[in-house]
Ligand binder design. Structure first.
Ligand SMILES: [Zn+2]
Length: 83
């Protein structure tokens, strides 16, 4: 079997530093692995986001534009940028 045949393209959003003050109560958690999919109820969408600070790939449950997440790798806050 060829490994090349298993290559998939996934959409990854870039992120940016939040502007202004961030309300700690409105910061969401991100995830390392996508297998948490079934555990969250809501109206958001799962997206891969690259942390603007450390460049790691984060999996987030994104519920609204401008939502702030804290990177589980470097601890900086980021906002997914819609494209
Ligand atoms: Zn980071």
């Amino acid at each position: 079997m060829s490994l090349e045949a298993k290559t998939k393209t996934i959409e990854v959003l870039v992120s940016k530093k939040p502007e202004g003050e961030v309300d700690p109560n409105k910061v969401s958690k991100d995830f390392n692995a996508p297998d948490a999919n079934a555990e969250v109820e809501g109206h958001g969408i799962w997206r891969w986001v690259e942390c603007w600070h450390c460049g790691s790939m984060r999996h987030v449950y994104w519920e609204y534009p401008g939502e702030v997440f804290t990177c589980g790798n470097c601890g900086y806050d980021y906002v997914p940028v819609s494209i």
